[in-house]
Design a protein around this ligand. Sequence first.
Ligand code: CTP
Ligand code: CA
Length: 225
Amino acid sequence: LERRTAPGALAGRHVLVTSGPTHEPIDPVRYIANRSSGKQGHAIAAAAAQAGARVTLVSGPVTLPDPPGVAVVRVETARAMLAAVEAALPADIAVFAAAVADWRPAAETGEKIKKGPGGPPGLALTENPDILATIAQRAAGRPPLVVGFAAETQAVVDNARAKIARKGCDLIVANDVSAATGVMGGDRNTVLLVGRDGSVETWPTLDKDEVARRLVARLAALAGA
Ligand code: CTP
Ligand code: CA
């Protein structure tokens, strides 16, 4: 329909996308991570490339193939993802679709932790940098259009509105990731677009590829492309 992005709508633009989970090592054989297949983020990168943009995809560990025509930077941890994002700037549009681990083990041991008579080890955590907030609140070199995601299991709209205000991004794509929805790892997604003014637009359940195409068409329009 009219939501299809015209070919070349993003020609000459640089689009930066994060995707996938991050892995935060506990020791050389164990990590903590979020659930994320990377399907939605990778589809957005592919759709932006299809629309003619130069695309940099900063991806955590996923099993997906690289989208065609996209420069992929592979990272493992949240800190490495932030560094790769900063290295990829400037960008005209930045879309933060990654499921970043909020916390990492405070101390990583170089040797495998062994079971012992002392019982399970305690796991002290420390907070990871918030990549979206860091970039959205940059004084210099902030991409003109910064888009976040919000994964929620309850009060989706209220939580998304709070997130857009707290992080300083321009748009939030919110989705309900309760187990019953099958979003996690699935091929379909049901999203709401929440604007800075608190406006909410509900989209029907769509293939993640179609969510990506519609989102890219919207971003091209917002970027004046
Ligand atoms: N995000 C990020 N860096 C982090 C955490 C989150 O860039 N360390 C980004 C995600 O990529 C997403 C947005 O922030 O675009 C919201 O992520 P989400 O996990 O829903 O929000 P949080 O602020 O981490 O809050 P909470 O997990 O407590 O709901
Ligand atoms: Ca989080």
